[in-house]
Design a protein around this ligand. Structure first.
Ligand code: KIV
Length: 289
């Protein structure tokens, strides 16, 4: 059997994350849920694309991530896979897809990898996920862990607030991160945690930390693409820096087109098709009666 070499030498695989950490090189991760955004993100050089369950808020309008299904993530992963060449593709495991037993969780993760083309999965939780992470990693499924604010626990937490603000909860977060590293996770998302805690976790772990609202010291920064480009609704959290206002750009384009249609300015002759010159129309009667 020939070992087929990856035909894209620049492709990012899981080991590249640790190598970057060892070189002290920061990496970036953005969400994408469809072909065009995956293509733009990939071509812009982003190393990791997360097909996040944030799609529940961002593209489905559910208001939170709880209703997101495995099928919705799978369909998005397939589109993202088609749109990307280089980035590592991480698929979020949606709420309910890893909560009812390890076998189901393995089966669902395999669906995302085999059918979708994901190269790793992400799941939320600390010490309560250690055994599951071990099992997934044992089945050759790379796992990105996620602690701090875990949006799938919104009903238990009662909202979205900074986690690990007391000495006890901060110590617990640091312990959780270490336990997940020991279980075999290749990276851990730190969402909405004090920057001092993120700095300690980043320093003490050999795996990469992926920060969102966790300060500058994380090895990797992740944001929701739609927040970064101004294509989301509602108040943005303080950690989002909006680099463009695509919502405004879209509204302006749509408004101009609407005006052109209504004023008869669109389409112009050059934007429509005529009959070939040699075609002679049969005579039609305008009034059949
Ligand atoms: O679903 C998502 O987009 C995430 C990131 C915010 C880390 O989990």
């Amino acid at each position: 059997m020939a070992y087929l070499q990856p035909d894209k030498p620049e492709k990012v695989y899981v080991p590249a994350l640790r190598a970057a950490k060892e070189r002290n090189e920061k990496l970036v991760c953005l969400t994408a849920y469809d072909y065009p955004t995956a293509r733009i993100v990939d071509e812009a050089g982003v190393e990791i694309i997360l097909v996040g369950d944030s799609m529940g808020n961002v593209i489905h309008g559910y208001g939170n991530t709880i209703p997101v299904t495995l099928d919705e993530i799978l369909s998005a992963v397939k589109a993202v896979k088609r749109g990307s060449n280089r980035a590592l593709i991480v698929a979020d495991m949606p709420y309910g897809s890893y909560h009812t037993g390890e076998n189901t969780a393995v089966r669902n993760a395999l669906v995302l990898m085999k059918d979708g083309g994901a190269e790793a999965v992400k799941l939320e939780g600390g010490r309560n996920r250690v055994e599951l992470v071990k099992r997934l990693v044992g089945e050759e499924i790379p796992v990105m862990a996620h602690i701090g604010l875990t949006p799938q626990s919104v009903h238990k937490l009662g909202g979205y607030s900074v986690q690990g603000k007391t000495a006890d909860t901060a110590a617990r977060l640091i312990e959780d991160a270490k336990m997940l590293e020991e279980a075999g996770a290749f990276a851990v998302v730190l969402e909405l945690v004090p920057r001092e805690i993120a700095e300690i976790v980043t320093r003490e772990l050999t795996i990469s930390t992926v920060g969102i609202g966790a300060g500058v010291d994380c090895d990797i920064q992740v944001l929701v693409l739609h927040d970064l480009i101004g294509l989301s609704f509602g108040r943005l959290p303080r950690f989002v820096r909006q680099y463009a206002n695509i919502r405004e750009v879209m509204t302006e384009a749509i408004t101009k087109w609407t005006e052109d249609v209504k004023s008869g300015n669109y389409p112009e002759k050059s934007e429509s098709y005529g009959l070939p010159k040699d075609v002679k129309m049969k005579e039609t009667k305008s009034d059949p009666f």
